[in-house]
Write a protein of this length. Structure first.
Length: 175
């Protein structure tokens, strides 16, 4: 990423290209975390940058990222091209989509568990509780009623199921 920031993302052959369902107690949904835009002839990958913080309380801050590749493996070398793609490709994506991509990504990474062990050395792990902490802000901006712009690159614009189907317990051994 720009400057010295690092981002972790999965190449096309490491993570599912279809929608990933997630469920923790009362939080559930499904979202795609990588895909292909035929229109732009490139792949997109959801990724994260992570920073540990010690104040005001100990926590890990996760920032959502988009990585673009031609072959699903190697990010574009041109920083200006990546910047332009981030601005144009995801311009219609709203907070709910970014939240659900983060939750789907973390659910996939943690294999559906309520904790994620992140190695910090060869012998130590940082254990992260899932799902992430959420809150609601009692203030909002008035927004005129408008239909969101359709995104031709977004397979999530297709009709989504109206309910969540929990995975079958018999399927838990399939990985």
């Amino acid at each position: 990423m720009s400057g010295t920031q690092l981002a972790w993302w999965a190449p096309i052959d490491a993570a599912p290209t279809n929608k990933i369902s997630f469920r923790w107690d009362d939080i559930s949904g499904l979202r795609q975390i990588q895909g292909r835009s035929e229109k732009r002839r490139m792949n997109w990958h959801f990724g994260v940058s992570v920073a540990a913080r010690s104040a005001p309380l100990r926590h890990v801050r996760i920032v959502s990222r988009l990585i673009f590749t031609e072959d699903g493996q190697k990010p574009f070398d041109d920083p200006a091209k990546m910047h332009r793609l981030r601005r144009s490709f995801a311009k219609t994506w709203r907070n709910a989509r970014w939240r659900d991509m983060l939750l789907a990504f973390l659910h996939w990474l943690a294999d559906g568990e309520t904790a994620l062990a992140a190695p910090v050395s060869s012998e130590e792990n940082l254990i992260l509780g899932l799902p992430p902490i959420t809150w609601q802000v009692p203030v909002s901006l008035p927004v005129a009623d408008e239909d969101p712009e359709r995104d031709d690159d977004d397979p999530s614009d297709d009709e989504e199921p109206e309910h969540f189907d929990a995975p079958n317990e018999d399927d838990s051994d399939e990985k």
